[in-house]
Design a protein around this ligand. Structure first.
Ligand code: BMA
Length: 338
């Protein structure tokens, strides 16, 4: 990593597995990059829903400018949430296959949440007229989904809380206001809904200025975890250095994605109780800093809290593979409580 970027380190309470848990070669269908995966425990298994960009290789991309042919969303299951992942034979949805909707270009960065026994997806969505966030119901057999609502652009980065609060569904979101927030100073907002269709009472939750190591944007990641001290919530945090050159397949990649931690009020999650003032996780494994499509990117979309108090954090590394980190819930809470 060029010296101009300040060194960011992962907090010692985080234990990263040194090797990815899923790589492109593991998939039973064409895959160039597999990353940004949501995970939940469902019916005795861990269900992972991941993003797959396909249709090129590093060599073709760099030498012949062959771009990705499409993005699909795929599903894998495991008994222990760590290894032995079994992949569905075909993706849940593939942008290379006509959807019948001429506006829709692709879905990506899936988050999966269970609320009152039902499964929901939040999907970043590229359309011909902007970037939207889609909320969809996933069928019990995990084979199909039904779109419930879609946001106005540009607002593609959403995650649902795993239960209603005060009788309402709650989502975190990250609109992208380019006229008023120059240089991608994009922030995290919170909205409520009676039915997942109509969203409102939107409030700023966390501005980038409250995250000391960030000079660019922040955004939601995995569904928050309910604890007796509040909603434990990760967010992605981006710093940018325009002096950076080639850091992956592209000619330049100037951003670094790390992970922050905050605690939200248990009854009113629009109140931030605390923000840990340093990164919880930073890109520092070789697979995160020296390899892959976009180096220095870690992007969690899944977090599972075990009865033992172990928290599993699933994250995309270098937009290339899926990695797993673990921490103890009490250690995480200590970072955001007195
Ligand atoms: C964001 C999203 C993520 C990606 C990240 C880094 O804007 O597109 O899917 O992981 O950039 O490239």
């Amino acid at each position: 990593m060029p010296a101009v970027l300040p060194v960011l380190t992962t907090h010692p309470c985080i234990k990263k597995r040194p090797e990815p848990i899923i790589r492109a070669a593991d998939l039973p269908y064409p895959c160039s990059l597999v990353f940004n995966a949501g995970v939940i425990k469902y019916r005795g298994e861990y269900v992972m829903i991941f993003r797959n960009d396909y249709g090129t290789t590093q060599t073709l991309y760099e030498t012949e400018n062959v771009k990705f042919a499409g993005t699909s969303i795929g599903i894998a299951r495991s008994k222990n949430g760590v290894d032995g992942w079994v992949f569905d034979p075909a993706p849940l949805v593939d942008s290379g296959v006509a959807s019948g909707d001429p506006e829709l270009q692709r879905y990506y960065d899936p988050r999966i949440t269970q609320i009152d026994g039902k499964l929901y997806l939040c999907l970043a969505t590229d359309t011909r007229h902007g970037l939207c966030g889609t909320i969809a119901a996933l069928s019990e057999d995990l084979r199909s989904f039904r779109v419930i609502s879609s946001s106005a652009p540009d607002n593609r980065n959403m995650v649902l809380f795993p239960e209603k609060i005060g009788g309402e569904f709650i989502r975190l979101e990250r609109p992208m206001p380019i006229y008023s927030r120059h240089n991608e100073k994009f922030d995290i907002w919170i909205s409520r809904s009676p039915d997942l269709v109509y969203w409102g009472r939107t409030k700023l939750l966390l501005g980038t200025e409250r995250v000391p190591w960030v000079n660019d944007k922040i955004g939601p990641t995995a569904s928050p975890i309910k604890t007796d001290r509040g909603w434990l919530t990760l967010f992605h945090a981006v710093d940018r250095d325009d002096a950076r050159g080639k850091n992956g397949w592209e000619k330049t990649w100037k951003k670094r994605y790390s992970t922050g931690l905050m605690l939200l009020d248990p009854e009113d999650p629009s109140k931030v109780l605390a923000v840990y003032d340093q990164p919880l996780m930073a890109p520092d494994l070789p697979v995160e800093t020296d390899e892959g499509f976009r180096q220095n990117v870690i992007f969690p979309c899944g977090m599972v809290c075990e009865p033992s108090g172990e928290v599993k954090i699933y994250y995309g590394a270098s937009d290339t593979c899926v990695c797993l980190a673990t921490a103890q819930l009490d250690d995480l809470l200590d970072l955001v409580t007195e």
